[in-house]
Design a protein around this ligand. Structure first.
Ligand code: SF4
Length: 261
């Protein structure tokens, strides 16, 4: 199979995984040509160079958010935490906001220390609270598929949330709860120094970028958090409620993939 057809098949398989319609490709002729119309230079599709995702131009720059890092000389234990494990230990005993009252487990996040991609969601749900792990259950399974579609197994990604304890009845975290928990996320990003951040859902996007703009208006731009590119997309739980958002989500994660390449 020609390079172009192999790439097209791979692309369509990824689209299918994310909920797209199945597409039947015509069989190639013995010389590898698909019989499509020639372009203006007279080349048939199989003779044209394949368009790789990384060749496409990136969306325009968006918000640049640059909150101050922790003071090196402070006694604040969060700023002083030297590893993700040390930070998780602090989170495990945290009582900085009312969300500590109803939690079963804290959910600090998980993934390798050298992850190049960090996924940030809103907060733990019921299964996350029971297990202490982020993005498990149906939304987590969908996230795994999304990551597989850009050839990133979950084990190579750091996955976390804005708040580390479950809000009751899965309500949105409130402003003061987010403000109390935000130093943990900021320190995690300081320690990880990822190449790209994928903000999933409005709460993650608005918190990281310190804005009230809607998720729809924040999509399709390359924002920055302390210089690191931030791509905004829908939360997997929202995709379960509205499958029509799977295609735009696929477009967004491909942008993140291009930035990682
Ligand atoms: S949500 Fe964050 S700030 Fe609130 S108790 Fe849990 S770890 Fe602490």
């Amino acid at each position: 199979m020609s390079d172009g057809r192999a790439l097209a098949r791979e692309y369509l398989e990824q689209q299918r995984l994310l909920g797209g319609d199945p597409v039947v490709m015509p069989e190639a002729a013995p010389d590898g040509r698909t019989g499509g119309p020639p372009d203006r230079e007279g080349a048939t599709p199989s003779a044209r160079p394949p368009v790789r995702p990384s060749d496409a131009s990136l969306p325009p720059p968006g918000i640049s958010c640059d909150p101050p890092s922790g003071d090196l000389f402070t006694a604040d234990p969060v700023s002083q935490a030297g590893s993700l494990q040390a930070l998780a230990s602090l989170i495990a005993t945290c009582t900085q906001c009312r969300l500590c009252e109803g939690r079963t487990h804290t959910v600090p996040g998980e993934g390798p220390d050298d992850a190049r991609l960090v996924v940030v969601g809103e907060g733990p749900g019921r299964v996350e609270d029971e297990t202490g792990r982020p993005f498990v259950g149906r939304a987590g399974e969908l996230l795994d598929k999304i990551l597989a579609a850009i050839e990133l197994p979950r084990q190579r990604v750091f996955i976390c949330n804005v708040v580390k304890c479950r809000p009751p009845e899965n309500r949105q975290p409130q402003y003061d709860e987010i403000a109390s928990c935000l130093p943990y996320l900021h320190r995690q990003l300081d320690l990880l120094k990822p190449k790209v951040i994928l903000a999933m859902g409005g709460t993650a996007a608005q918190t990281l970028l310190d804005t009230k703009q809607s998720l729809a208006s924040l999509r399709n731009q390359v924002h920055r958090f302390r210089g690191t590119p931030v791509i905004v997309t829908y939360h997997p739980a929202a995709l379960l409620r509205n499958p029509n958002w799977k295609r735009p989500t696929w477009d967004d994660v491909r942008i993140a993939r291009r930035l990682l390449d």
